[in-house]
Design a protein around this ligand. Sequence first.
Ligand SMILES: Cc1cc2nc3c(=O)[nH]c(=O)nc-3n(C[C@H](O)[C@H](O)[C@H](O)COP(=O)(O)OP(=O)(O)OC[C@H]3O[C@@H](n4cnc5c(N)ncnc54)[C@H](O)[C@@H]3O)c2cc1C
Ligand code: SF4
Length: 551
Amino acid sequence: MNAVGGTSIHYYANSWRFQPWDFKVRSETIRRYGASAIPQGSTVEDWPFSYDDLEPYYDTVEYEIGVSGKAGNLQGKIDPQGNVFEGSRRREYPMPPLRETEFIDMIRGAARKAGFHPHRSPAAINSQPRDGRSPCAYHGYCDTGGCHVKAKNSTAVTTIPAAQKTKNLTIFERAHATRIISDDNGKTTGVQYIKDGQEFFQPAKVVLLASYTYENVRMLLLSKSKAYPNGLANNHGQVGKHYIGHWANREVTALFPFDLNLWYGANAQGVVVNDWADDSFDHSGLGFIGGASLTVNHELHPIAASTVPTFGRVPQWGGEWKKFVNQNAGRWASAYAQVNSLPYENTWLDLDPEVKDKLGDPVCRITSGPKQNEPRASAHAAKKTEEWFRAAGAIDVVHVPNMIGPSLSTHAVGGTRMGTKAESSVVDQWGFTHESPNLGILGGSVLVTHGARNPTLTIQALAWRAAVGGNGQRLPYGLGWFVQSYNGETVVWQFGVSDNVSSSLMVTVPGRGLTMVLLANSDGLNRSFPLAAGDLAASPFGRLFLGTFVR
Ligand SMILES: Cc1cc2nc3c(=O)[nH]c(=O)nc-3n(C[C@H](O)[C@H](O)[C@H](O)COP(=O)(O)OP(=O)(O)OC[C@H]3O[C@@H](n4cnc5c(N)ncnc54)[C@H](O)[C@@H]3O)c2cc1C
Ligand code: SF4
């Protein structure tokens, strides 16, 4: 959505962390099932860091925007009320889940009867008053619409106003960026944009591109220069590659002999089963890796309700059909299956050779080919969904398999993926491009794999990590710091530059004060370690030092 706040204005606000497995799909698959289990034609790589590295940022974002939910793995302690398959989290969600209803109780009970581990959806919607914003009033219609009482997070009502209060953020509304400009040395120098029909140039020391997956890729490909004849940061031909349209659909619909009363509530007020997603079950002999999370949402609108399938019981038109709709519009439910989705050689983004936008620039083109892994994972999950609905008392079930691939997904990711090598990725682990180090990219386009869940919390956690960590990694741009989980402690690494030493590094463990000071100058290294023995014995310091100072 083109607005201040972007698509978060009308997203459904399901706010998921990815699973630890999502970050290591390649190595974990090879370790457990052998190299032949990697789907044919997939370009999947491991992320350049693990779930544990991102966990502090997930935690920060959940508290910053306000997420309702129930932890299933609190520092290793498993709670069956939450998602028992999730990675360990340091804190409980800031708010309890959205309210219970009879339907939620019924469908959750049925999942347990089927032997599954159901839990409530995490949602960036207030279940309680929070930060001056109302709790949810449960009248719905905020899926694909905004929330008029600000109970649902959107960056337009949470992070953007907070950033504006610092006076460090100026927003140019209705400005359309057309090119990112770079100099002959490959350094990004600023952004060209149009506002009120006039063209401007905004010079910049650092440019962060955050215009959603398609525009991120298009902007880079359009921004050609002497240093980047094939598009900005594309001298290795990676821009547009490894694009993933999230494989997510409603494959199974069930008819019940009673009213479900789904007319009130928020879409994200659902029940989820994660037993058949990720690597939560043994895939030996199944012919696919990954799987799907299954969500039964709450909200049903009257017009959508009238699209109830006829389950072969009556014709799809005429008087009998009208009578069927009249009786059954409130008696059906479907499950949203979100599949772990991978990048493939046959799927990419580039500039369309024919179609242009109104400024005369080529639009983004999607090229996609058939896959085998995702439809198999989806079909497996569909069987489990039927078991769930049958346990809930469904009298009929229809399957509408999606064998040709995702429609234009609302979860489009990849195209400028993260990685350690310029030969197979566009940005480094901090979101900055390998080729133009003062150009960062935020958004789903940097994702390496797509988890079996909605992507936005991961996108937000990566943005936070880039802002905090990326700056610290780039000393030339000034002071910085980043936060890391270490031995169960939150460690804050701080960097500074002073006159007589080229760099200094202070490591602070909250609650213990300054514990280590490290100085580096042109003559060598002076270290002081006033730490208890073993405190940071296996510290990642050596790696960090190289990454930070020797540039
Ligand atoms: C109907 C729908 C429901 C969804 N529900 C969920 C959900 O429940 N949970 C979930 O996790 N995700 C959901 N998503 C996905 C989610 O909305 C996106 O993952 C998320 O918004 C991506 O954030 P972004 O900042 O990368 O892009 P966006 O939110 O799209 O923001 C991009 C911004 O860039 C601006 N922009 C674009 N081009 C230019 C340009 N040339 N010049 C200047 N500005 C530009 C736009 O105006 C916009 O403000 C949903 C998406 C849709 C469409
Ligand atoms: S159900 Fe109503 S109050 Fe709750 S998030 Fe949606 S629009 Fe806002």
